[in-house]
Design a binder for this molecule. Structure first.
Ligand code: ATP
Ligand code: MG
Length: 318
């Protein structure tokens, strides 16, 4: 393998939302992360742990409260909307039901040409050619051009969503729950499609998902987040996970009934647990192994072996 190049370098990134009703909540807390060109980086963690917020900050759809975001060696942290315009077409997002969010009165052609209209002055014929070529790449033929959202299945709509995201030749795509609420067989097809497209278009993905099996299937590395903090980074989420939180998350996910599993993904007992402790480890209130040191000092994210990072004072004991 050649030397890997970083597409993103994120340092000490924070996002704090100022909620009037609640105390200040850090959705993302002191996050350091690199995303390598060409990789599929998984991002998992319970509902509300900050996954979408992190994804949106990378695309500058949310402004970080602190920290830096370097994209292709450019510091984009303080880029204005206009400065972002030049690179915004190289970053896209596919989200859960993104296809459902399309204007119901738009045809597939209108849906996919929308981003093109914002960025290019090409003729309608030229755009249509591009759209047909892209539809074919996502496994749909040109008869779909005139269809409306309600005339398609969930899987077909998601393919349209992917075509729309890729029509401007992005370099980086955030897939935020992109395969959630799609049935199992269709999910596997979409995952295969995403991996094929990644190869063809030399893409890099941040793949946010509750679905550990999907993450395991396509991701090169997986980041595990808990209350805005990265607690573990690992190549194989079903492999040698060490952090007590990752273990708990996997245990909750292994419940066979999907209905119960979804519910289990939210394990918080009360508001108190949603707050990041003022000192020490972020997971101290729920961890089975908490010691004095865990309450006093926040463990840093340290490499165990090559690609495996853990933020736990006692990882080797569990
Ligand atoms: N616009 C906002 N204003 C205020 N608080 C917000 C906003 N967006 C997110 N939050 C809060 O920030 C935290 C992280 O939210 P985020 O949506 O990033 O979580 P998530 O991991 O993507 O969750 P899910 O798995 O449910 O999509 C949550 O506590 C959420 O309530
Ligand atoms: Mg989210």
């Amino acid at each position: 393998m050649g030397e890997s190049v970083n597409l993103f370098e994120i340092t000490n990134l924070y996002k704090c939302y100022n909620n009037k009703a609640k105390p200040r909540v850090y959705a993302v807390y002191n996050t350091n992360l690199t995303i390598k060109k060409g990789e599929i980086l998984g991002l998992v963690g319970e509902s509300g742990c900050g996954k979408s917020t992190l994804g949106k900050m990378l695309l500058k759809l949310e402004q970080p409260s602190r920290g830096r975001i370097i994209f292709n060696q450019q510091d984009i942290t303080d880029y204005s909307f206009n400065q972002m315009r030049k690179i915004r077409n190289s970053m896209q997002m596919i989200f859960q039901g993104s296809a459902n969010a399309f204007n119901p009165y738009f045809t597939v052609e209108q849906i996919i040409s929308e981003p093109l209209n914002n960025y290019s002055q090409e003729s309608t014929e030229k755009k249509r050619e591009k759209i047909i070529a892209m539809l074919e790449k996502v496994g749909l033929d040109q008869t779909y051009l005139t269809r409306y959202g309600h005339e398609m299945s969930g899987g077909q709509r998601q393919r349209v969503g992917i075509a729309r995201a890729l029509i401007l030749n992005p370099e980086f795509v955030v897939c935020d729950e992109a395969v959630s609420s799609i049935d199992y067989a269709m999910k596997n097809q979409i995952l295969t499609l995403l991996t094929d497209l990644k190869q063809q278009f030399a893409l890099t993905y941040l793949f946010i998902s509750h679905d550990i099996a999907a993450v395991n299937k396509i991701c090169d590395r997986v980041v595990v987040m808990y209350l805005g903090n990265i607690v573990e980074i690992i190549s194989n989420i079903n492999g040698d996970v060490q952090h007590p939180y990752t273990k708990a998350l996997l245990a909750a996910t292994l419940i066979p009934d999907p209905q119960k599993r979804e519910k289990k993904m939210v394990l918080y007992k009360d508001e108190e647990e949603l707050k990041i402790p003022e000192r020490g480890c972020v997971f101290q209130n729920r961890c089975l192994y908490t010691q004095e040191v865990c309450k006093a000092e926040q463990p840093s994210l340290v490499p165990k072996t090559g690609e495996h990072y853990i933020a736990c004072h006692f990882y080797y004991n569990h």
